[in-house]
Design a binder for this molecule. Structure first.
Ligand code: GGG
Length: 342
């Protein structure tokens, strides 16, 4: 018998809980097909912090790091906690503490449409850049440090080159090395080295501003885009708009060098959406497609593909939440997708 895969479930805040409720039956469906999986629901988020004072304690982090194989995450962010500290101490700590360098945000047309089929994968570095949380606020002056280290840059770019080679897609590096000479200079140097080592990949580097302009004008011309944490965040959010918005955009982060047992975290791109949370209006597609990415990461390709087909088929047959112009509730959308799983 296989050793069960242990997956921690952290719904987090707001709409995170509602979309997680639609992902859990997909995990149970995989189990019903013989996948050995153990689910570990965990309470971390605003409600837990307000009740206990705990965001993610050192021992809770260590339990996750050493005791599970992957995390399925909803969203963090709560208007009652406007400084966002709990979000940093939970989500950024998991991304950085588990060294989840590679954040993949695929962006594919979900249902057939009139235009050219969109098929972009953004590889975003996930632990460094200006999101390293180092800086200061002084009277009249504020500093956010952006740190880029060669091992993380190299891991991200290696993954992007491998992704581009596997899917025979062109690779574009987004950078601003004309201004950010040190950090993005490092990105350009490593990119150039890997470009020579991967002659099978058509690869080019572009200034991010020119790239964004070209992306809006002709998204079909792009395949894989690699970027640092900040640019990757923004570029992938723009890409999400091409396929229906943040509600449908999935992501998975992983540590290719596997420093710990827990080496992956899948989550929708969207946040906790406090404006619609608790109303059954959140779109579960981003969360369910993130679950599919997790299945693929675990080597469960048949289940990953079936889930993606079920989402496309549900959308193509008119099942849509309000953000896509439909009337389905979160639960009805989740059911429409699950009904297509055999
Ligand atoms: N699943 C991604 C996530 O939770 N990101 C955090 C975030 O964007 N929080 C802001 C918010 O929820 O408004």
């Amino acid at each position: 018998m296989d050793i069960p895969v242990s997956i921690a479930l952290i719904p987090g805040d707001g709409a995170g809980g509602e979309v997680m409720a639609e992902a859990i039956p997909c995990l149970e469906w995989a189990r019903s097909r013989g996948r050995e999986v153990e689910l570990l629901p965990l309470p971390y988020g605003a409600e837990h912090f307000l009740a206990t004072g705990e965001t993610l304690s050192d021992s809770a982090f260590a339990d996750l790091r050493d005791g599970c194989d992957a995390i399925l995450f909803g969203a963090v962010g709560d208007p009652r906690l406007p400084d966002g500290r709990h979000a940093e101490e939970i989500l950024l700590r998991l991304r950085q503490g588990l060294d989840l360098t590679v954040n993949l945000r695929p962006c594919r047309a979900l249902a057939p449409g009139p235009g050219p089929a969109l098929d972009i994968e953004v590889f975003r570095e996930n632990t460094e850049g200006p999101y390293c949380l180092e800086g200061s606020t002084e009277p009249g002056r504020a500093v956010d440090l952006a740190i880029h280290t060669e091992p993380a840059v190299r891991r991200l770019l290696e993954a992007a080159f491998q992704g581009a080679a596997a899917r025979r897609r062109p690779l574009t590096l987004a950078h601003k090395a004309n201004v950010l000479k040190h950090g993005h200079g490092l990105w350009l140097r490593v990119f150039e080295e890997l470009r020579k080592a991967h002659p099978e990949v058509t690869a080019r580097a572009m200034h991010a501003d020119a790239l964004l302009c070209a992306l809006v004008q002709n998204p079909g011309a792009f395949g894989v885009i690699a970027a640092d944490n900040y640019l990757g965040d923004l570029i992938s959010d723009l890409c999400a708009a091409f396929i229906g918005g943040m509600g449908v955009a999935p992501s998975i982060s992983w540590a290719p060098h596997r420093p710990f047992r827990c080496a992956a975290l899948a989550e929708p791109v969207h946040g906790s959406a406090p404006d619609i949370a608790g109303q059954g209006r959140a779109n579960p597609v981003g969360m369910i497609l993130s679950t599919a990415l997790l299945f693929r990461h675990l080597g469960w390709e048949p289940e990953a593909g079936a889930l993606e087909v079920a989402v496309s088929d549900a959308l193509a047959n008119g099942a849509k939440t309000r953000d896509l112009g439909g009337t389905h509730s979160t639960a009805a959308m989740g059911k429409a997708i699950r009904d297509r799983l055999t």
